[in-house]
Write a protein that binds this ligand. Structure first.
Ligand code: FES
Ligand SMILES: [Fe+2]
Length: 378
């Protein structure tokens, strides 16, 4: 908590209308004040589409994935009728998590606490030892639904019943990513990183238009034509892209980061999709608290046959090294944001337009959220 500053004052301390040449980042309190993190949970993460899994995890009847979104336990499950449905993963009896595995397949959703059973459509099917309970309507005690929709290879949910459909939310990204044929790639492996920084520090680092690449990622830098790096903002996404050059400066990077172009998509607020030829990784940034986040990397390849295992493993290791380089810098930034020496930073016009888009979208959501909260309290 920043002494003496109200949330309203913190939000007002960022000018979201300044042109890029005059703009600054969102000020330090946005990254370190727990009240901002709380407001983000209530607005940004409770009102945007959040990726919770991959389509192939919920292809067959009874297959499910679980996730936590804005602190809410969620399950998405494929019904016997083929419909994909999302629910709060909270038992209507005494609130235990009904589904306890990250993913799997079941014919019925069975609460481990007192054995209540729910159908794959969320309907309450049975409650042991509940005879004699009066005024209990089983129809009204099914799992509470949330919206679930799919795009390309990914399953998303949205906690907001009023939110626009997923494809509308993704906007231009749908068209822009279509030629890359993401759905043809195959899942290979995941890595999860717990980082001692606010989730926005990680996003900012991603959205600096390659600014940090020559300094921090020497190996990656060797395969990118840094001067020709482009940055495009549209709707709620930013596409950073670079022509590639072949280089043997770092053998593993040269062998596993190939193609004509590197494509780096960021979709507001917390999803990144990175593509090279025959390669994709997604990065999902999940806030833990104001000072910590978890980043989940999923790696995909065009060929995941046994013959390619060694190559794919090497490619994941290259990604891992870049991530380690980013991790150290993100933690240093979080410490710096708490320093009395720092307030906010200016943005490079050539490089940091994506960061400005992120900050503007966030500011709009938080201001709207605070306004709605204040109106509700009146
Ligand atoms: S909490 Fe689920 S059956 Fe009691
Ligand atoms: Fe980086």
């Amino acid at each position: 908590m920043i002494k003496g500053m109200s949330v309203q004052q913190i939000l007002a301390s960022y000018d979201d209308r300044a042109p890029l040449s005059e703009a600054s980042t969102i000020p330090a309190p946005w990254y370190v004040d727990a009240r901002i993190a709380e407001l983000e949970t209530k607005t940004v993460f409770s009102q945007t589409w959040q990726m919770v899994g991959r389509i192939e995890q919920v292809e067959k009847a009874g297959q499910f994935v679980t996730a936590t979104v804005a602190g809410e336990p969620i399950v998405v499950v494929r019904g016997n009728d083929g419909v994909l449905r999302g629910f709060y993963n909270v038992c209507r009896h005494h609130a235990a998590a009904v589904v306890t595995e990250p993913c799997g397949q079941a014919s019925i959703l069975h609460c481990p606490y007192h054995g209540w059973n729910y159908g794959l459509d969320g309907a309450l099917k049975g409650m042991p030892e509940f005879d004699g309970v009066k005024d209990f309507d089983r129809q009204k005690n099914g799992l509470v639904p949330v919206r679930a929709e799919i795009w390309e290879k990914f399953v998303f949910i949205n906690l907001d019943p009023q939110a626009a459909p997923l494809h509308e939310f993704l906007g231009g990204l749908v068209r822009k990513a279509a030629p890359l044929g993401l759905a043809k790639l195959n899942y290979f492996d995941s890595r999860s990183y717990d980082i001692h920084c606010n989730w926005k520090v990680f996003i900012d680092n991603y959205l600096d238009g390659g600014y940090h690449v020559p300094h921090l990622h020497k190996a990656l830098s060797s395969v990118l034509d840094y001067k020709a790096y482009t940055i495009e903002n549209e709707d709620r996404y930013c596409l950073q892209s670079s022509p590639m050059v072949s280089s043997d400066e770092d053998a593993a990077t040269g062998a596993t980061r190939k193609g004509d172009r590197a494509w780096y998509f960021w979709q507001y607020p917390n999803l990144m999709i990175n593509c090279y030829e025959g390669y994709m990784d997604t990065n999902l940034v999940i806030p833990i608290d104001v000072d910590h986040c978890r980043v989940i990397f999923d790696f995909y390849f065009s060929d995941v046959s046994e013959a390619r295992r060694e190559y794919n493993t090497q490619s994941v290791a290259v990604g891992n090294r870049v991530q380690d380089e980013d991790l150290g810098i993100c933690e240093a930034v979080q410490r710096g944001l708490k320093s009395r020496a720092y307030g906010a930073g200016r943005l490079s016009v050539r490089r940091e337009a994506g960061e400005q888009l992120f900050h503007q979208l966030l500011a709009a959501d938080l201001k709207r959220g605070l306004g709605a909260g204040a109106a509700a309290a009146d």
